[in-house]
Ligand binder design. Structure first.
Ligand SMILES: [Zn+2]
Length: 519
C-alpha cells in the first residue's frame, strides 16, 4: 500500500511539476538577422513596426486562434510551444515578451538594451518558473557589443532565473553557434527547412523536450561540432540535393528513441563575426558516446555535402545580354536575382547598379527594377501622376551606390502591405522607388502599380528563393547576378576568419578547425 502511494506520488510528480503542482514555463522571443554591410541600423522602431508583444497580448497571439507574426506566419515558434504545453497537460505557459524585426543592419546598443529590458522585466514579474523557452535567431549583431548577442541574452536570463531553472532555445538554421550559446542551454533545437516554414513545429519540439526534461522523463546529453566552413552546399535548400541527404539522415537518427534532437546550422555569412562557421548538434537521452558518434557522422555528411559550390554568378552586362537572347522571355520575364542586395538577408535593396547598366546600354527591354531610395520617394510624394521630371536615383543613403540621372514620368503609386512606392517610367523601363527596403516577391507588387509582370522581359528580385513560389507560372529563367552590395558573396569568401575556413582556404578535414572554434 505504501509503495502504491509512493508510485502514485511519483507518477503525479512526473505528469505535473515538482511537488504535484503544474509546471510553469516562461516563453519569449528576441529575433533578428543582421547584415553587417547594410548602412541601415536596426532600432526599437523597427521592432515596433514588425512585431513586439508582451504579456496577455502575446498569450493571445500565441494561441491557436491568434496570429503570432502578422502578415508573415500566423503560427510560429511560440504558438508551437504553447501547443506543446497544452498537449502535455499540467503546464502553465507564461508569456514574457516577443520581438522581431526584418533583417537589416546591426542593432543599436540602445535597441538591444530595450529588448533585454522588456524580456528581463517580464521574467522578473513572472513569479516562480520551472523553465524558460526562447525563440532566437543565432545571427544577430549589435554595434560594438564584441560578442554574440544571443550569448548575452542567455547569460542575462540565467542571472534572473538562477541555476536550477531549465533553459531551452530554438534557432534559425542560419544561426552561428558559439560555446557561450550552446553551453548555456539545456535544450537546443533549430529549424529543419530552408526556406523556413517549420517555425511552429520547431517551437513544439523545443517545448516537448523541455517538458520531458522537467518531468525527469529524459536526461539530455549534448554533443556539437563547429565546422571551419562559411559557404557551400550549393543553394542549401533542405529538400534539394546535396543537403537533402543530410536532413533525411537527421530525421532517421531521431527515430531512435535514445536520440532527442539533431540540428544542422548552415551559417548566415553576412555578420562581422570572425568566428563564423556551420555547426551540428545532437542531444541523446543520457548516452554521451552515442551523441558523440552521431554528431561526428553528421559533421562528416555536412562537410561532404558542402563541397558542392554555390551557383555561378553573372556580372550585370552578361546577365542582361543573356536576357536579350533568351527564348524564355517570350513566356515571361527572365529574373535577375541581385545576389548582392538580398533584402531577406538584411541588405537594404537600394542598389542602383542594374538600373545604371540598363540605362547605359540604352536597353529596350521591358524591365522591372525595384530600388530603395527614401529621399527620392519623399520628393515624389506630392508630384501629380503623369508629370515628367528630371530625377537622380541614388539608392539607400550611405550605401555608396552610383547615382543614376533619369528623365522619367511618374505613372503610379501604391501604399499597401507590400510597402509604399512610386513608379517611374523611362521608355520600357519601370522603376519602383520604395520608402522601405523592397520585397517584390509577389507579382502583386507590380500589379498594384498597374504593371503586368508576365509582359515584361526582365524582372529584378532581391530575394534568393521565396519569389519563385509566386512566379512559378510567370518566370522561367533565373540568373544570379553579382553587383556590389551588402550581401556580396565574394566579400564573404575573402573574409578573414580567426580559424582558416572553407571556401577561402581549401581544407581536407573539419576536425582541427572544430577544436579551435570550440576552444
Ligand atoms: Zn534563416
Amino acid at each position: 500500500m505504501i509503495s502504491l502511494a509512493r508510485n502514485f506520488a511519483r507518477d503525479l510528480a512526473r505528469s505535473f511539476g515538482r511537488g504535484g503542482r503544474p509546471l510553469r514555463i516562461g516563453y519569449g522571443r528576441i529575433f533578428h538577422e543582421a547584415c553587417a554591410a547594410s548602412p541601415i541600423a536596426t532600432t526599437e522602431a523597427d521592432f515596433h513596426r514588425m512585431h513586439h508583444l508582451e504579456g496577455a497580448a502575446l498569450a493571445e497571439a500565441a494561441g491557436l486562434r491568434g496570429t503570432e507574426l502578422k502578415s508573415f506566419f500566423p503560427h510560429a515558434e511560440l504558438t508551437g510551444f504553447t501547443q506543446a504545453a497544452r498537449v502535455a497537460g499540467g503546464v502553465e505557459a507564461v508569456p514574457l515578451s516577443s520581438s522581431m524585426a526584418v533583417p537589416s543592419g546591426p542593432l543599436t546598443r540602445q535597441c538591444f538594451e530595450w529588448l533585454l529590458d522588456r524580456l528581463l522585466t517580464n521574467l522578473r514579474e513572472a513569479g516562480r518558473l520551472d523553465g524558460v523557452y526562447l525563440a532566437l535567431h543565432g545571427s544577430m549583431e549589435v554595434h560594438d557589443l564584441g560578442e554574440a548577442p544571443e550569448a548575452v541574452i542567455l547569460r542575462r536570463v540565467r542571472e534572473v532565473i538562477g541555476p536550477e531553472v531549465k533553459l531551452a532555445a530554438s534557432f534559425d538554421l542560419h544561426g552561428n553557434m558559439t560555446p557561450a550559446i550552446v553551453d548555456a542551454l539545456d535544450v537546443l533545437v533549430a529549424y529543419r527547412t530552408n526556406p523556413h516554414w517549420d517555425l511552429a513545429p520547431t517551437g513544439f519540439r523545443a517545448g516537448t523536450r523541455l517538458i520531458r526534461l522537467l518531468r525527469a522523463h529524459v536526461r539530455p546529453t549534448h554533443a556539437w561540432r563547429k565546422l571551419p566552413l562559411v559557404l557551400g552546399g550549393g543553394t542549401t535548400i533542405n529538400f534539394v540535393a546535396p543537403m537533402r541527404g543530410v536532413f533525411t539522415r537527421m530525421r532517421a537518427m531521431e527515430r531512435d528513441p535514445r536520440v532527442l534532437t539533431t540540428s544542422l546550422f548552415m551559417v548566415h555569412p553576412f555578420t562581422s563575426s570572425t568566428e563564423l562557421g556551420w555547426s551540428v548538434h545532437v542531444t541523446t537521452d543520457g548516452d554521451e558516446a552515442l551523441a558523440a558518434r552521431l554528431v561526428d557522422e553528421l559533421a562528416d555528411l555536412a562537410w561532404k555535402a558542402a563541397k558542392t559550390p554555390i551557383p555561378q554568378l553573372f556580372d550585370i552586362d552578361s546577365a542582361i545580354r543573356r536576357v536579350e537572347t533568351s527564348t524564355w522571355r517570350k513566356l515571361g520575364p527572365v529574373t535577375l536575382v541581385d545576389t548582392d542586395d538580398i533584402v531577406g538577408a538584411g541588405a537594404p535593396g537600394g542598389s542602383t547598379q542594374i538600373l545604371k547598366a540598363l540605362i547605359e546600354r540604352r536597353s529596350t527591354l521591358t524591365a522591372l527594377v525595384p530600388i530603395h531610395d527614401p529621399s527620392l520617394f519623399s520628393r515624389l510624394a506630392d508630384v501629380p501622376l503623369g508629370t515628367t521630371l528630371d530625377v537622380v536615383v541614388a539608392g539607400t543613403p550611405g550605401y555608396d551606390q552610383p547615382p543614376v540621372s533619369l528623365r522619367a514620368r511618374v505613372t503610379a503609386r501604391s501604399d499597401s502591405e507590400l510597402g509604399a512606392r512610386v513608379l517611374l517610367r523611362v521608355g520600357n523601363l519601370h522603376v519602383a522607388i520604395s520608402k522601405d527596403p523592397p520585397l517584390p516577391i509577389h507579382p502583386r507588387y507590380w500589379k498594384e502599380l498597374g504593371v503586368v509582370v508576365r509582359k515584361a522581359d526582365l524582372m529584378v528580385q532581391k530575394n534568393f528563393f521565396h519569389y519563385r513560389i509566386f512566379h512559378v507560372a510567370v518566370s522561367f529563367e533565373h540568373v544570379p547576378v553579382a553587383s556590389r552590395g551588402a550581401t556580396n558573396l565574394q566579400r564573404v569568401r575573402d573574409l578573414p576568419t580567426r580559424v582558416p575556413s572553407r571556401p577561402r582556404v581549401e581544407l581536407a578535414d573539419w576536425r582541427e578547425g572544430d577544436r579551435m572554434l570550440r576552444a
